[in-house]
Design a protein around this ligand. Sequence first.
Ligand SMILES: N[C@@H](CCC(=O)N[C@@H](CS)C(=O)NCC(=O)O)C(=O)O
Length: 214
Amino acid sequence: MNKAILFGADDSVYVRIARMTLHEKGVDYDLVPIDIFAGDSVPAAYVDRQPFGKIPSFEQDGFRLYETGAIARYIDEAFPGPRLQPEDPRRRARMNQLISIADAYIYHHLVWGLYVELVSKAASGEPPDQRRVGEARAKMPVCLGVLSDFLGDSPWLCGDRLTLADLYLAPMLDYFLMVPEGVEEFRKIENLRIWRDRIGSRESFAATCPLARS
Ligand SMILES: N[C@@H](CCC(=O)N[C@@H](CS)C(=O)NCC(=O)O)C(=O)O
């Protein structure tokens, strides 16, 4: 098999999820930089790979794939290395539930509603959208509470073993933890703090840390 190729930017949450999955599986890959925000529109050649213009997309030996959930599950299933999805149907359902929660709520509220509005926009001198911040602030305790409940006393979000759910949440929370009020709230939740230290010490986490912040 030829080397896997991932297309995207290294500061993207979703690209990092795919990269962490590749690292955890020990799969060699090339990251081909795609800047979807440069210029007026997403480059046509890239739209051919991802019609919705989002990153990442994946290719190996002519097999093209987009949508991070599909990419991560494919990498787990197609390559040797530690399994990143539970065999047990109920645990697997919990992992898939968490991935949906991350996609629908955590990314929306904690990354876009708080990090982008309060940190990223401030860095470029843009005022935050207060309606969006207010909505995200109200949902922040719900988001963190749900994650803490999933985690319970376990080392990983879905039990004793690292799964794709951990690889989804780590890059999202990494951005959220650049928001001062996010850090304050997060510090109060002991099991999440311990989990964050645990995932933060993985080679896959360090190796995929966006260059701007490494
Ligand atoms: N559903 C997509 C979401 C990917 C996504 O939202 N990627 C972000 C970067 S982290 C992106 O491409 N944003 C560009 C945009 O929304 O225009 C997936 O799972 O791959």
